[in-house]
Design a protein around this ligand. Structure first.
Ligand code: HEM
Length: 149
């Protein structure tokens, strides 16, 4: 259960708590891992670990009384060239997963709004966004869209 604000149920409660969030993310990452472009970013990352972190992160942001022991999003994605196009594609797969899990449209909109709020911590517009990386030791992870190569 989450701490209620002015007696209103949180989004966490409305979507059905942590187990409902985990079900959505299982469905979502099943699709992401199979995707020819998005899936390549996750090579070498265990799917169940990613699902758990994403679920804890979203549960917390939805008002759940949950610990998120993962990294700050900017740090977790710092080497990845993630364009707005890629974020939009990822969110369309997230919407599809939420619809397949039978969530009401109003709850889907609220979920996607929270997701969108973190795009600015993750998205890259150009190579200049990697200036905080010492390119002698680390390389940006750039994966081209297979449909455009
Ligand atoms: C196209 C966009 C995205 C791609 C390709 C992507 C890819 C990844 C990858 C590969 C990891 C594993 C990083 C690691 O363990 O070193 C990761 C972690 C994570 N991502 Fe994303 N991500 C994207 C967008 C997002 C968005 C929009 C959110 C939140 C709303 C998000 C939340 C997270 C979280 C919570 C973790 C776990 C961090 C940790 O384990 O400490 N990601 N992502």
């Amino acid at each position: 259960m989450s701490k209620p604000l002015k007696n209103k149920p949180s989004l966490f409660d409305l979507v059905g708590g942590l187990s409902a969030i985990e079900k959505v993310h299982k469905r979502f990452y099943d699709k992401i891992y199979l995707h020819p472009w998005l899936g390549r970013f996750f090579e070498g990352h265990e799917q169940s670990a990613i699902e758990l972190r994403q679920s804890q992160f979203m549960a917390l942001k939805m008002g759940g009384d949950i610990q998120y022991p993962g990294m700050a999003l900017e740090l977790a994605h710092r080497r990845m060239y993630i364009s707005e196009e890629l974020l939009t594609l990822r969110q369309s797969i997230l919407r599809e997963s939420l619809e397949e899990e039978g969530l009401a449209e109003a709850l889907i909109k609220r979920w996607l709004k929270i997701d969108h709020a973190f795009w600015r911590d993750i998205g890259k517009e150009s190579m200049e966004d990697f200036l905080d990386i010492d390119l002698k030791y680390e390389k940006p992870l750039i994966i081209p869209d297979p449909d455009k190569t």
